[in-house]
Design a protein around this ligand. Structure first.
Ligand SMILES: *[C@@H]1O[C@H](CO)[C@@H](O)[C@H](O)[C@H]1NC(C)=O
Ligand SMILES: *[C@@H]1O[C@H](CO)[C@@H](O)[C@H](O)[C@H]1NC(C)=O
Ligand SMILES: *[C@@H]1O[C@H](CO)[C@@H](O)[C@H](O)[C@H]1NC(C)=O
Ligand SMILES: *[C@@H]1O[C@H](CO)[C@@H](O)[C@H](O)[C@H]1NC(C)=O
Ligand SMILES: *[C@@H]1O[C@H](CO)[C@@H](O)[C@H](O)[C@H]1NC(C)=O
Ligand SMILES: *[C@@H]1O[C@H](CO)[C@@H](O)[C@H](O)[C@H]1NC(C)=O
Ligand SMILES: *[C@@H]1O[C@H](CO)[C@@H](O)[C@H](O)[C@H]1NC(C)=O
Ligand SMILES: [Cu+2]
Length: 603
């Protein structure tokens, strides 16, 4: 041993070294992010958890210490886990759960740049506050689209990007995830859809709407039925629970017992003082960069900053052809990186977030405060952040300014540079999946049959097995390495919300979407019949894909991805109640090149 030259040892240390080390200690404690106290998850004593910052090409190491009284795991959302599928954080798929008192070290290579986040992937723990941002700084030499935003200010934009501020948008409920699940079982309805508040970077308040606002903003899609039934949206702004038996399909209303729900679940709204997130802007900077991250459990949001258009420059950690918009539509798991120009009168401006779900009227306002404007230093906090700015969106996220036309949707983005990456012209294999409820309103399936979440606790996760012996019909998609796979998500029944489907492992292309049944067996067939529904030339490249809502009839969405990273990856709806209800399948990617899991993980 002594004969090994020290210089070689140190070289080896460099070659295998971890350049970004983190420890996340998870605890279960009392907390009151919106002013109401409950048990929740803290990470290193913080909520949201600390930002993990790495440089592209780093090896990122995250040791998760479970000091909570239940099993857990941490998934790095959007990280490809190239050649490290055992670090993907899905119990039953890629690891055994981290039991109380134990730890697990995730180690992965940051060959990607951009905005990501980490979150628990055990049961409903995302809704107990288990999430935090990840920022990966791009290495030098990456082509960026900044000259398309402000050709004379590229350096200023680079400087703003290097100081990007994460802005985690989430929804919050006063009951813990376990209790919420139990209430669904007891009531027989998907009672988890009614939330209590919206949080920005973990801050917010319960703000109960006036009856006038509730009446004025009740969706016209549901108002006639409510009227017919002599019902109104509740004081919490939620669908009244009595409407569920009426809305449910034949047979799904049996076993419904609304009386099992405490009034606070749907009805009683008790305002709180809570707290307000303030994003401080230094006007000397000229530009501010934000990584907007949706860690929501349930809601789809509209997001907008008063009087400040946003230049969207990256989506899901990937540069795009920049788009200037006044509002964004934000679904669970989405990340949008935006620049705002700090050229307005120094003051405080509203950052507006509104639920756009039919099921609930809910909104919040945080603050963008220019530092140093007159009165800023010398007033009380409350006065300092008085907002008198003009919003682009209203309380339900609709554009209100007569001149506002630009709300960015999930699909309308093009990669930058445009020629890379590109999908193959045809797929080797096509899966058509059926998204639906099964038997009742809270049991969901991504492929006909609900996935049993008790699978999280199995002794031998998929990745530890010979993939050829795994046989779970309707729950596993099997692919070969270096092939192209199409997945068509079909939504056959009316009344389903948009489903933000998240694919673990690598990103995919959103090829097309439409209304009506998907009458074909492949994208080639469908795009020949209805070319207008497809974009095969410059499709959005994302790690989340949202299906169109099936307001009145069936809808569908088609994606394509390249199998490059063998392993067992989860494909699931990122609405937490749908995932808990079984809306997931396993993709066994590259079964012909199945990886060998290092022994330190197996044991
Ligand atoms: C609703 O209320 C009206 C008048 O108050 C009454 O005539 C009607 O029967 C009620 N409908 C239902 C479904 O209860
Ligand atoms: C603001 O307060 C500081 C310290 O309290 C004081 O020195 C300063 O003169 C005040 N500025 C104005 C504009 O009143
Ligand atoms: C909309 O644009 C027109 C023409 O530029 C302008 O006169 C008007 O004031 C704008 N309205 C608002 C609400 O900004
Ligand atoms: C798979 O899903 C189809 C469609 O819902 C269903 O008919 C079939 O019974 C399911 N198979 C299994 C083994 O669950
Ligand atoms: C935690 O995971 C283990 C398997 O690793 C399982 O046996 C146990 O039942 C789980 N505990 C809970 C409370 O889910
Ligand atoms: C798809 O099939 C349905 C039922 O057979 C039919 O009514 C519909 O017209 C077809 N749609 C298209 C676009 O071909
Ligand atoms: C899987 O395929 C990709 C794309 O061709 C290739 O880069 C990779 O090395 C392959 N992986 C294995 C384990 O063979
Ligand atoms: Cu869903």
């Amino acid at each position: 041993m002594l004969s090994i030259p020290a210089v070689l040892l140190s070289l080896a240390a460099v070659a295998f070294s971890t350049s970004c080390q983190n420890t996340l200690e998870l605890t279960w404690e009392r907390g009151a992010p919106d002013g109401f106290e409950r048990d929740m998850i803290f990470i290193n004593g913080q909520f949201p958890g600390p930002t993990i910052e790495a440089n592209q090409d780093d090896w990122v190491e995250i040791t998760v210490v479970n000091k909570m009284p239940f099993n857990t795991s941490i998934h790095a959302h959007g990280i490809e886990q190239l050649n490290t599928p055992w670090a993907d954080g899905v119990p039953g798929f890629t690891q055994r759960p981290i039991q109380p008192g134990e730890s697990y070290t995730y180690k992965w290579h940051a060959h990607q740049y951009g905005s990501y986040f980490y979150h628990a992937h055990s049961r409903g723990q995302i809704e107990d506050g288990c999430y935090g941002p990840i920022i990966i700084k791009p290495k030098s030499g990456i082509t960026k689209p900044f000259d398309k935003i402000a050709p004379a200010e590229v350096e200023l934009l680079e400087a703003a990007e290097s100081k990007v501020t994460p802005l985690v948008v989430s929804d919050w409920r006063h009951t813990g995830s376990k209790h919420t699940w139990d209430l669904q079982l007891a009531s027989g309805i998907e009672s988890s859809i009614c939330m209590d508040s919206i949080l920005l970077n973990g801050k917010g308040a319960v703000n109960c709407w006036s009856r006038e606002d509730i009446s004025a903003f009740t969706s016209p899609a549901i108002a006639p039925l409510l009227k017919e039934l002599n019902l109104t949206m509740t004081d919490k702004g939620c669908l009244p629970p009595k409407i569920f038996p009426v809305l449910l399909a034949d047979g799904q209303a049996t076993g419904v017992n609304i009386d099992a729900l405490p009034k606070e679940v749907f009805e009683t709204c008790t305002p709180t003082e809570g707290s307000v997130e303030v994003i401080k802007a230094n006007p000397g900077d000229k530009w501010l960069a934000l990584d907007i991250i949706s860690a929501a459990g349930i809601d789809t949001f509209a997001f907008s900053i008063d009087e400040h258009p946003m230049w969207v420059y990256a989506v899901d950690g990937h540069y795009i052809e920049p788009l200037e918009v006044e509002a964004l539509s934000l679904v669970n798991g989405d990340r949008y990186s935006v620049f705002i120009r700090l050229d307005k009168t120094p003051a405080s401006y509203g950052i507006r977030v509104a639920s756009v779900a039919l099921a609930q009227l809910l909104d919040t306002t945080a603050v963008l405060a220019y530092e140093g404007y007159e009165g800023y230093q010398n007033t009380t906090e409350e006065e300092t952040y008085t907002i008198s700015s003009t919003p682009y969106i209203n309380k339900i996220g609709a554009l209100i300014s007569e001149n506002s036309t630009t709300i960015l949707d999930h699909v309308g983005v093009t990669s930058f540079p445009p020629q890379f990456p590109q999908p193959a012209p045809e797929a080797d294999q096509t899966y058509v999946l059926t998204l639906q409820t099964v038997g009742n309103s809270y049991t969901w399936a991504l492929n006909g049959t609900p996935f049993d979440n008790n699978h999280e606790d199995v002794e031998t996760p998929f990745l530890y097995q010979d993939p050829n012996t795994i046989s779970l019909p309707n729950h596993t998609l099997t692919t070969k390495n270096n092939t192209w796979v199409d997945i068509v998500f079909t939504v056959p029944t009316p009344g389903q919300p948009p489903h933000p489907i998240h694919k673990h492992g690598n990103k995919g292309f959103i090829l097309g979407a439409g209304e009506g049944p998907f009458n074909w067996t492949s994208v080639a067939q469908a795009s020949a019949a209805i070319p207008e529904a497809f974009n095969l030339v410059a499709p959005a490249y994302r790690d989340g894909f949202v299906t169109p809502p099936s307001a009145t009839g069936p809808t569908w969405l088609a994606i394509r991805y390249h199998v490059t990273n063998p392993g067992a990856f989860l494909l699931h709806c990122h609405i937490q109640s749908h995932l808990n209800g079984g809306m997931s399948v396993a993709i066994l990617d590259g079964v012909d090149e199945w990886p060998e899991v290092p022994s330190q993980y197996r044991n």
